[in-house]
Design a protein around this ligand. Sequence first.
Ligand code: GLU
Length: 503
Amino acid sequence: MPKSNIRTRFAPSPTGFVHIGSLRTALFAFLFARHNSGSLVLRIEDTDQNRFVEGAVENLLKVMAHMGIDFDEGFYLDAQGKVQEKGSHGPYLQSQRLELYKKYALELVKNGSAYYCFCDEQRLEEVRKEQVALKKPPMYDRCCRKMLPQEIETKLAEFKAAGKTPVIRQAIPAEGQTIIHDLVYGDMNYDHRVLDDQVILKSDGFPTYHLAVVVDDHFMEISHVIRGEEWIPSTPKHILLYQAFGWAAPQFAHVPLILNPDKSKLSKRQGDVAVEDFLTKGYLKEALINFVAFLGWNPKTDQEIFSLEELVQQFDLKKINKSAAIFDLTKLEWLNSLYLRNKPHRELVALALPFWEQKGINPQTYSKDYLAAILELDFSRPTILSDLGERTKYFFAQPEYEKELLVWKKSDQKDAKDKLLKLHDFFFGLDDSKYEKTALETELKNFISENHFDNGSVLWPLRVCLTGLPASPGPFEITSTLFLGLGKEEILKRIKRGLDKLE
Ligand code: GLU
């Protein structure tokens, strides 16, 4: 499909794992680009070298590819799983664009929109302390902005002789206001007096975020910047930089914060918010995408279940909410169980394999039909796949339990033993053709009524022998499934074990 002129980007810092909030930003940018037949650029913002984590880009691409999010420009994983670059607006790694940032920082110095700052850490600290003491917001006091050209020349020569480089700061206009026309939040006014003369180029030659993001979004021809609400206060500085360069600014769409249900800020701790961890716990990508899409967006209809394709069709920046999104884990669990329930059994078996393996079960040694039948039992369908091993382990090994569990609540040990003996005979004599679930149910019910037994007195100890659990799917389904995978012998063996316990 021909691309429109709409270009957006996802610009993460390579800090390791993929935060759920990062997935949300990437997803919204992806949906916006695809909905409008635009282009999605992946740019890696690695100007803070202290935060760089080896392998982070590769990991990010793996997670995004798994989720179905792909990029038109930036980076991709080749067939060997190696990170490769593509696109005509590169390089897409900021640390490879240092010359460009330097060139444009100097251009701003030349046109008076930026200036050299020679203040050392000690002086800056003193200024900060003074401002804090006066209960003023800590900001640079613009000391170097007042220097005369001759003074600057002298200082530059001094720094050069000492092998030092001064930083460059943005010269925020002393007066006036900047308005952000945000596609989500509407118009927001910022008085220039509250904006700091922030450093844009550091002494090590690296740009700060503000300069790099503006230069890159301009040269990468980004038409729409979609990013988290936390960047709103930086946006007037960016708009001023665009004006200083004489460039048109892109449109901005900030997406709301994500909060915990108690309105506290969503944790940054990996275990709670890493997309990778949700996947290893057994959340399905479909459920995660559906869940994340609703973090700040909704279709304004009753529809709650969306595939990625449906999201692409319906996504609209106008439907992004201004108020914070709530990260409600129970909603994710609900969605996950729903997607699990609707998965075809065969597909579910493939997804379940690693989770059985985690539990020391070797599912490959069982027939696919048996594995599918286990998953078909409604009760075995877990909320998350990592529960699966525990919930279905009795299908792979004899269960462990206390003998007291064998005794039905309206009965006693002697009766349990008696019923198990009769059940052993019953199953021993039952023809293989009668182990199919409905046939088995008829046979077993006849056996119970012919002998004038209570249902519970027979079915309870049977179920416990087979599962070792106080609650499980029904005895007919379980017996017939066990027969399918492990045969009649196993059923008799488990009843025998129950009898041994009652001896
Ligand atoms: N590197 C920034 C981040 O990781 C990107 C902010 C932006 O999109 O402008 O959030």
